[in-house]
Design a binder for this molecule. Structure first.
Ligand SMILES: O=c1ccn([C@@H]2O[C@H](COP(=O)(O)O)[C@@H](O)[C@H]2O)c(=O)[nH]1
Length: 475
C-alpha cells in the first residue's frame, strides 16, 4: 500500500473502532462539536497502533532530526513508545504532576539542555495540551519546536502553536479525514457538511504565549549560553543565589575595595567605571581581582565603547587601564556598527571575555528607537561566542535564553534622580521587565549601611526570581 492508501485504511479503521465518533460532544477546551476523536481506545487494537506508528515514522521522522521523542500524556504515550523503539530515538516522559518528593522534576529520562525533542500528540484543537508539554521541556532547556499530530482539528491550534514557535505536521486534517470517510461511505454527505460548517464557525481560543526565556532557571540557561562568561555568570547566580550587580560608582580605590569587602558575598557581578577613579593603580586591579576570586563574582567594566573598531580595540587593550587584562566583560554601544564587535572579537587573545551590548537605556529622553534596538539585537546574534547579553529594559527586547538581560535603573521605590535616571522597583524589573542581572548603584552605595542594603536588594531580587521560575506570579 502507498502512504495515501495506508492513510485511508487508518481513517476507516479509526471510524470502525469508534475512535472517531459523530454526534454531540464537548472538547477539553469547552467547545461543542459534532465530531469527536477518542484515540484512547487504540490501546485495544495493536494493529491500529502499529499502523499509526509506521505512518508517523515514514511521514514525519524521515526528514526530522531529533534527539528525543516525547508523547503528550496520556493518549500519545503508547504511540511515542512504539515510535521510539521503531526509530531507535530515546523517549522522554512528561509527568502530569510533579512528584511530591525528591527532585520534583516534570521530565523523566536522560537528556541535556540544548537537545531537540519532537512532540507526539493525538489531536490538536487549541494546542494547549501540546503547549503544556512544550513549556515543561523548555524549562529543562530542551528545544521543543516541532510536533507530530495524528489529527489537526483545524480550529486554530496550528496558529496558536506557531505563535509559540512550534510547527506541527499532522497525518490528517479534519477536512481530509471527513472526505475519506464520505468516500468510503462511512458518513453521509450531510454529516460531512455539518462538520465542515462547524469547522468554519468554531475556532478554539488563543492560548498563552510561552515564548519566555525568563521562565527558565539560571542553571538551565547556563547550559544554553554560547559565551563562556555568560555561562559562568549564570552559574554564579545559581550557586550564590544572587542576581545583584553592584555598580561601584565611587571615585577612590579604598572606598571601592572597602565596600566590596562588605558586600562581595551578596553579588554576582561588580560593575566599574574605571575612568572615574582618581587614584587608579595596577595594585587596585590586583586587589579587585583577588576579591572577585574570594567572593566568586565577575567584573564588568561599563565603558560603553562607541567608536570605530580600530579605536575601540586600542581603548580596550592599551592605555592606562588595559581593560582587556582584568575585566571579564565590557559594555558596548552598537551605534558605530558591526566593526566594533569584530574588533572586540579579535582582541580577546583567546582569553574568555564577553560583551553586553546596549540595546536600551534607562535614562529619560534617550534617543534609542525601537528600530535601533531591533537592529542591535540582530547584530549581536552574529557573534554568539562574544555576546554575554544586552543592557536593556524590556523582556521583549530579545528571546534567546542563553543571553543575559542586564537591567540598570533600579531602586526600592520608582523614582528619578534629577539628571534623567529613571528607577523601577526590583519586583517590576524581575516580574514584568525580564531582568536577569539587576544593576544597583546609589541604592546601595549611598545607603547608610551599604552592607545591609545590599542584602535587602539581594533578597527581594531573588524572591522575585524564584517567583517567576516557579510560574507562581501574581501579576
Ligand atoms: O541604561 C543605562 C546603562 C547604564 N547605566 C549605569 O548603571 C549605573 C546605575 O547607577 P544608579 O546609581 O543605580 O543610578 C550607572 O553606573 C550607570 O552608568 C544606567 O544607569 N543606565
Amino acid at each position: 500500500m502507498c502512504d495515501e492508501q495506508k492513510l485511508e485504511h487508518l481513517a476507516v479503521k479509526l471510524f470502525e473502532i469508534n475512535a472517531v465518533k459523530f454526534g454531540e460532544f464537548t472538547t477539553k477546551s469547552g467547545i461543542k462539536t459534532p465530531v469527536y476523536f477518542d484515540l484512547r481506545v487504540i490501546v485495544s487494537y495493536p494493529e491500529v497502533m502499529q499502523l499509526i506508528s509506521n505512518l508517523i515514522h515514514d511521514f514525519a521522522l524521515k526528514d526530522t532530526k531529533c534527539d528525543h521523542l516525547c508523547g503528550v500524556p496520556y493518549t500519545a504515550l503508547p504511540i511515542a513508545t512504539l515510535l521510539s523503539v521503531q526509530a531507535n530515538i530515546p523517549m522522554l516522559m512528561r509527568r502530569k504532576e510533579a512528584k511530591a518528593y525528591g527532585t520534583k522534576k516534570m521530565i523523566e529520562g536522560h537528556y541535556k539542555a540544548g537537545q531537540k525533542c519532537l512532540i507526539i500528540e493525538d489531536v490538536v484543537t487549541s494546542g494547549s495540551s501540546v503547549l503544556e508539554t512544550v513549556k515543561d521541556l523548555r524549562k529543562e532547556g530542551l528545544v521543543a519546536e516541532e510536533a507530530v499530530i495524528i489529527l489537526d482539528r483545524e480550529q486554530g491550534g496550528r496558529q496558536n502553536l506557531a505563535t509559540n514557535d512550534v510547527a506541527i505536521k499532522s497525518l490528517f486534517t479534519m477536512s481530509n479525514l471527513i472526505n475519506i470517510l464520505v468516500e468510503h461511505n462511512k458518513i453521509s454527505a450531510q454529516m460531512a457538511l455539518k462538520v465542515k460548517n462547524y469547522l468554519n464557525d468554531t475556532k478554539a481560543p488563543a492560548v498563552e504565549n510561552i515564548q519566555d526565556r525568563t521562565l527558565l532557571p539560571y542553571e538551565k540557561r547556563a547550559e544554553l549560553a554560547t559565551n563562556s562568561i555568560a555561562k559562568e555568570l549564570f552559574n554564579i547566580m545559581a550557586t550564590k543565589k544572587t542576581n545583584l550587580c553592584l555598580s561601584v560608582d565611587l571615585t577612590t580605590t579604598t572606598s571601592i575595595l572597602d565596600l566590596l569587602e562588605k558586600v562581595g558575598e551578596h553579588v554576582c557581578l561588580v560593575k566599574t567605571h574605571i575612568d572615574i577613579i582618581e587614584d587608579f593603580s595596577a595594585d587596585f586591579i590586583t586587589r579587585l581581582k583577588s576579591l572577585a576570586k574570594r567572593f566568586n563574582f565577575l567584573i564588568l567594566e561599563d565603558r560603553k565603547y562607541a567608536d570605530i573598531g580600530n579605536t575601540v580595540s586600542l581603548q580596550y587593550l592599551k592605555g592606562l587601564y588595559k581593560v582587556a587584562e582584568w575585566a571579564d566583560c565590557v559594555t558596548v554601544h552598537s551605534l558605530p556598527g558591526e566593526g566594533i564587535l569584530k574588533a572586540l572579537n579579535n582582541s580577546t587573545n583567546g582569553v574568555s571575555q564577553g560583551v553586553f551590548l546596549l540595546a536600551e537605556m534607562s535614562s529619560e529622553g534617550n534617543l534609542i528607537t525601537p528600530d535601533y534596538t531591533e537592529e542591535t539585537v540582530k547584530m549581536a546574534l552574529k557573534y554568539p561566542n562574544l555576546m554575554c547579553g544586552f543592557v536593556c529594559q524590556n523582556k521583549s527586547t530579545f528571546k534567546e535564553p542563553g543571553l543575559i538581560q542586564l537591567t540598570p535603573g533600579v531602586q526600592l521605590e520608582s523614582t528619578k534622580d534629577g539628571l534623567g535616571q529613571v528607577y523601577n522597583t526590583p519586583e517590576k524589573v524581575m516580574l514584568e521587565k525580564g531582568a536577569d542581572v539587576v544593576v544597583v548603584g546609589r541604592g546601595i552605595v549611598a545607603a547608610k549601611s551599604p552592607e545591609s542594603q545590599a542584602l535587602v536588594y539581594k533578597d527581594v531580587l531573588w524572591k522575585n526570581y524564584l517567583k517567576r521560575v516557579s510560574g507562581k506570579m501574581e501579576l
